[in-house]
Design a protein around this ligand. Structure first.
Ligand code: MRU
Length: 354
């Protein structure tokens, strides 16, 4: 297996981020030593994916402290810089959660902050590994066929989108390790192509057979019976199971419901936001019009056209067959809601949850 990717790495004095805007053709790392550069990297999707920006945000607190010492900032100025990191993107709760968790150690100084940020990163990798096993077990049992599976996924949820291993792609990697993947349909994921640029690249690294398909092909592929299950990630999950994920996800979920195949959401509990009661309360990031009006920097739509560019959509919990976290699987559409099952403050096994 190739060496595990680290999208977010603390170098001792700053962050090294794999520049995900350049993949798959160029593999370069950006050195980040100040808060402005980090905010810009998060907003331009140099670093992206809910758990990865959670880890970057956690280390962002350390960056703000170091920059503050270098520039002679007051504590209020350091806190204001931290707030800018926290607000760099609005939808993925992991960013806010990562910053807030590390800020509980702010008063203890830089070493404590770094220790907490490293814990955020370490725990995410462990959560991904656990949900990979739970998710693979559940899919095998739920699909109930004795052959490798045909899995559809949307956007990028692999090592690049997390602290390591991956959420939905982590489930697929676990299935592949068991010899249980026939093929992956990777939706290209318009407008920024995280599926064709990043997921396909990670699948190549892992030697997992796959097709890249246009987002518009997904429903037809599912309804023709060419897919056994869809597995996607999440950016924020409300207490009732409504799930914000990359734009285009809800169409996949609707097709799965119509075809009667499982729609599995894979996300760590850090992506579940119990303070958000339903998907209506989730702030959906609206990105710049150029991302949909242009192709590779060249205008494709008429000059008079306006662009509508929501980065995410919300899949109603009633369409979520399973939600796998590091604690096990909740069958959300059957009434196992995160707000009832994930607020117990302890880990529960998947058999307890089913
Ligand atoms: O805009 P992005 O690329 O940061 O979008 C986030 C995502 O990668 C997806 O929505 C993903 O499915 C959830 S993060 C593992």
């Amino acid at each position: 297996m190739p060496q595990e990717l680290r999208a977010v790495d603390w170098t001792g004095s700053g962050l090294a981020l794999i520049d995900q805007t350049l993949l798959p053709h160029r593999h370069e790392t950006v050195a980040v030593h100040d808060v402005d550069t980090l905010v810009d990297a998060i907003q331009r999707l140099v670093v992206r994916g809910a758990p990865a920006i959670g880890a970057a945000g956690a280390y962002g607190v350390a960056l703000a402290i170091i920059e503050g010492e270098r520039e002679g900032w007051t504590e209020a100025e350091v806190r204001a810089a931290v707030a800018r990191v926290r607000e760099a993107r609005p939808t993925a709760v992991n960013l806010m959660a990562g910053v807030d968790r590390v800020m509980t150690r702010f008063g203890e100084g830089l070493d404590a902050v770094l220790e907490e940020a490293a814990a955020v990163q370490r725990e995410d990798v462990a959560a991904n590994r656990a949900m990979g096993v739970f998710g693979a077990d559940w899919l095998v049992q739920r699909v109930g066929v004795e052959r490798p599976l045909r899995i559809l996924t949307h956007c990028n949820t692999g090592a690049l989108a997390t602290a390591g291993w991956g959420t939905a792609l982590g489930v697929i990697r676990e299935l592949h390790a068991r010899g249980l993947v026939e093929v992956v349909y990777a939706d290209e994921t318009r407008p920024l192509l995280q599926g064709s640029r990043l997921t396909a690249w990670e699948l190549v690294q892992e030697g997992i057979p796959h097709y890249v398909q246009a987002d518009g092909a997904a429903a037809g592929t599912i309804l023709r019976g060419e897919v056994d299950a869809a597995v996607v990630g999440a950016d924020r999950i409300a207490a009732n199971g409504d799930t914000a994920n990359k734009v285009g996800t809800v169409g996949v979920a609707l097709a799965c419901a119509d075809a009667g195949i499982p729609f599995l959401v894979a996300a760590p509990t850090t992506t579940v936001d119990l303070a958000t009661k339903t998907g209506d309360e989730i702030h959906i990031e609206l990105r710049g019009e150029a991302e949909v009006l242009e192709w590779a920097g060249v205008r494709t739509a008429p000059a008079e056209s306006r662009g509508h560019n929501p980065a995410f959509d919300v899949t109603p919990g009633r369409l979520v067959t399973g939600l796998v976290t590091e604690r096990g699987v909740l069958e959300v559409s059957a009434g196992e809601l995160p707000g009832d099952r994930l607020n117990m403050g302890r880990s529960v096994s998947s058999s307890e949850l089913r």
